[in-house]
Design a binder for this molecule. Structure first.
Ligand SMILES: Cc1ncc(COP(=O)(O)O)c(C=O)c1O
Length: 420
């Protein structure tokens, strides 16, 4: 069941009209549905039932404490990529032994904090990172559990900016060199070899690249076994796509079946790092039409949200459906839906057939729950929007709208400028 639905021509999130929230909280604001988040988690995690696994929400896609907490309450862990994400995860109540740490450039300080916290696994990406972690572990008298993130050189057939498993990408270590990395790690006193990890990209709409990558990883697991290197955890990353427009990505069940087929004979714990598939279609960005404008060549709806709030259309040219909160399906016009920022790249849709909206009307930018708020910025000194979580007929502000004071927090004017 979809929890963003029109009831008598009014768009609801669960049992709350989006307009009620927009009027109370102001716009732009992100609105998430707790029932949808939960349904997505259960569909994904449940698809892997029958094999030992841990679903580690890739919190870069949506790092609000309440969202992380919701998944943690269902037994989920998280995939983190920074010290800041570790801080958030612990604050949200995630068990440290359900945290995996990915990323190509982890700092010594961040590695040390994660070691101190006692996380499940570090997914290493270079020799230098390996020795930095080893030194930190030796200093603390600990053994850090590690995997190497391998790059299988598989084309995920997605946007080039979110392809990560091709050999030209900065991520991971070449899968053909992996055995020597593992041998080197096994000789270091501060490391304990725990797993192998692999993540080939995001918004994948086919199962076949995942399977191709898994086959290569299986060969590696065999080669490691031949060397007497024991692997307990296989982390296959995230990447399962969602429907923004016409895409038909595999259902989590189909993805899970393909993974299970490949791994049937293996005695491993599987770690999964889904992001977008859990949160993408569980959130919308609500905005208000400020002005309508007709030029010699185009119609524009100028809305109060902008690329700083949701950068995906500007960054990836990605599609988001946009609907007015009331009276869908009325007369349409072809228009660009744009924000107030001083960049021509500040758009949410171009040449879109859309209901002819009036100034003051609200609209929802759909499928905005992943890589929405978490990629937002303060560009043009715009306070970032509020975030709201709906549960049934209640709603909760889970992040207050930023204020102008928030914008300048931490900034100071040096005395020499004040004295002039
Ligand atoms: C290492 C890693 N794991 C998981 C993810 C989550 O990907 P997605 O949101 O497509 O599931 C990413 C996204 O970039 C990633 O880099």
């Amino acid at each position: 069941m979809n929890h963003f639905v029109f009831k008598e021509k009014e768009l609801y999130c669960e049992d709350v009209p989006l307009r009620t929230i927009a009027e109370a909280v102001g716009t732009p604001c992100y609105i998430y549905s707790a029932a949808t988040l939960l349904r997505h988690f259960k569909a994904f995690d449940g698809a892997f039932s029958g094999i030992r696994h841990l679903t580690c929400f890739s919190m870069k896609s949506n790092s609000n404490l309440a969202v992380i907490r919701l998944f943690a309450s269902e037994g989920g862990g998280v995939d983190i990529v920074s010290g800041g994400e570790l801080y958030r995860a612990l604050k949200a109540g995630v068990c440290p032994d359900k945290i995996v740490y990915s990323g190509v450039g982890k700092t010594a300080d961040d590695l040390a904090s994660a070691l101190e916290a006692g996380i499940l696994m570090f997914n290493l990406e270079s020799y230098q990172e390996m020795s930095t972690l080893n030194e930190a572990a030796l200093r603390k008298g600990r053994k850090a559990p590690v995997a190497f993130r391998v790059n299988p050189d598989v084309d995920p057939k997605t946007h080039p900016y979110i392809s990560t498993g091709l050999k030209k990408n900065k991520f991971g270590i070449g899968i053909t060199e992996a055995v020597s990395y593992y041998k080197a790690a096994s000789e270091l006193g501060g490391l304990h070899i725990a797993g192998v990890s692999c993540h080939i990209g995001s918004q994948l709409t086919m199962v076949s690249p995942f399977v191709d990558a898994l086959k290569k990883v299986k060969d590696l697991l065999g080669a490691l076994e031949d060397e007497g290197i024991k692997i307990q955890i296989l982390d296959i990353g995230g990447g399962l796509g969602i429907t923004y427009n016409l895409e038909e990505p595999p259902h989590p069940g189909e993805y899970a079946d393909a993974v299970k087929r490949e791994l049937s004979s293996m005695n491993l714990t599987l770690v999964l790092e889904p992001g977008r598939v859990l949160v993408g279609n569980a959130g919308v960005l609500v905005t208000k039409v400020l002005y309508t404008k007709k030029t010699a060549s185009k119609d524009f709806f100028i809305v109060d949200a902008a690329m700083n709030d949701l950068v995906r259309p500007s960054l990836y040219d990605s599609y988001h459906a946009i609907v007015p909160l009331r009276d869908p399906g009325r007369d349409k016009i072809k228009a660009d839906i744009v924000g107030p920022i001083c960049e021509s790249g500040d758009f949410f849709a171009r040449d879109r057939e859309i209901e002819n909206m009036r100034p003051g009307e609200y609209a929802a930018i759909m499928s905005a729950g992943a890589y929405g708020f978490s990629m937002s910025s303060n560009y043009n000194s715009r306070p970032r929007p509020a975030e709201v979580l709906v549960k049934g007929n209640e709603y909760h502000v889970i992040r207050a709208r930023e204020t102008f004071e928030d914008l300048v927090r931490g900034e100071t004017i040096p005395r020499f400028l004040l004295e002039r």
